[in-house]
Ligand binder design. Structure first.
Ligand code: GAL
Length: 383
């Protein structure tokens, strides 16, 4: 707990100040030995008392803060089971690190009570992990499903066991979310509206000097490197990035759309093949996330092309490397997928469930655009 550490440090500082005051008082005094001894004893006692009080106060403040942060619920013995769709994902690694930090440092869960499992991209394996959490009577689950379509089954498993569930990052469909509300099921989703990130990507292209039409032939010719197309983030980003262009009256030509599964190496291969096949015709490479934009950039550089001069490149997430590339003019823009706000909202909602409060079925966090103008401040904030 950051605050507790700070409070303890303050308490320590005041104890040291007290002791120093006691010492200097003694050395400057000219009273008799007895008086001196008495003064010393009194000073020591005062210092000790002050120290005890300060330490007690610090402890109380820290405890109060933890309780307040945790919505008045005592979470010290509550167990949180987390499963991430796969550990080998850049963005979800940032997310889970912040989630665990927030739960343990800010909300006061004991580290040994926060258990994170790797779903390894395998729904059957993840369902097993969830079953184990249920058998071991975890108090609340935070789940990043491998397949969002398994939400109805998983929700029913949790409901039967009386365990609330917070889904993150991969959104179950609207019908499922409505069911939680209408049947009063303790389940909810925390994420971002991926339409917004897609729109921002399109706008970043529109904000360039050529609006994406580098060769001036009246249309924006692009390739689209998709994440996992079963995932609503990939679907919406694909659709809304292009929609922003057409809504602004631009003509578009899709040269290629291919799934890169959020993966840098796959995207590098896709971009490399596309650049070989379509060459200068490609004016924009849309990537559904930054990991894939990093891969595409490797292919762009290998093909001797120059971002922001003869090709544009956009991603989503605001991975630090990608934001640095935006600053250096090697990526046109990205979109900040706020893993801090998402992790905090997920943690706060888990606590609300533990407090028996009712929770909205959908909780959305905003994305923000990252372009050359604000990239440095975003990078400073990320570090
Ligand atoms: C997206 C993110 C991707 C990937 C994906 C996993 O929101 O932009 O990089 O982490 O989630 O579901």
């Amino acid at each position: 707990m950051r605050f507790a550490k700070k409070a303890a440090a303050l308490a320590l500082a005041s104890v040291m100040a007290m002791s120093l005051a006691g010492c200097s008082g003694n050395s400057s005094t000219t009273t008799t030995a007895a008086t001196e001894a008495a003064t010393t004893a009194a000073a020591t006692e005062a210092a000790t008392e002050a120290a005890t009080t300060a330490a007690a106060e610090a402890a109380t403040t820290a405890a109060t803060t933890a309780a307040e942060a945790a919505g008045g619920v005592d979470v010290s013995n509550k167990k949180v089971g987390i499963s991430i769709y796969k550990f080998d994902d850049n963005f979800m690694t940032l997310y889970r690190t912040e989630l665990v930090r927030y739960l343990t440092e800010d909300l006061g869960f004991k580290p040994e009570n926060v258990v994170v499992q790797d779903g390894k991209g395998d729904q059957a394996e993840q369902t097993n992990q969830i079953q184990n959490f249920i058998t071991q009577k975890y108090d609340v689950l935070i789940l990043n499903l491998v397949q969002a379509s398994s939400a109805p089954d998983v929700t029913d498993m949790c409901k039967e066991a009386g365990i609330p569930v917070v889904y993150i990052n991969r959104e179950p469909d609207a019908a499922e979310e409505e069911r939680w509300a209408s049947e009063g099921i303790a389940a909810t989703y925390v994420g971002c509206d991926a339409r917004q990130s897609g729109t921002y990507q399109g706008e970043e292209i529109l904000e360039t000097s050529t609006k994406g039409d580098i060769n001036g032939d009246g249309k924006v010719s692009y390739i689209m490197i998709q994440g996992d197309p079963e995932n609503v983030d990939a679907q919406y980003r694909t659709e809304f990035s292009v929609k922003a262009l057409t809504d602004a009256g631009m003509e578009v030509e899709e040269l290629l759309m291919q799934r890169g599964d959020w993966d840098q190496a796959k995207a590098q291969q896709i971009a490399q093949d596309a650049l070989t096949q379509h060459g200068d015709k490609i004016e924009v490479i849309f990537c559904n996330n930054d990991a894939m934009a990093l891969g595409a950039l490797q292919a762009i550089e290998a093909a001797g092309r120059k971002v922001n001069e003869d090709i544009y490149l956009v991603g989503v997430d605001a991975l630090t490397e990608a934001v640095q590339n935006v600053i250096d003019g090697k990526q046109t823009g990205t979109v900040f997928n706020d893993h801090f706000a998402q992790a905090h909202t997920a943690g706060d909602i888990a606590v609300k469930f533990l407090a028996g409060e009712s929770v909205d079925p959908v909780n959305m966090v905003d994305y923000s655009k990252v372009t050359q103008e604000n990239a440095q401040s975003i990078l400073d904030m990320l570090k």
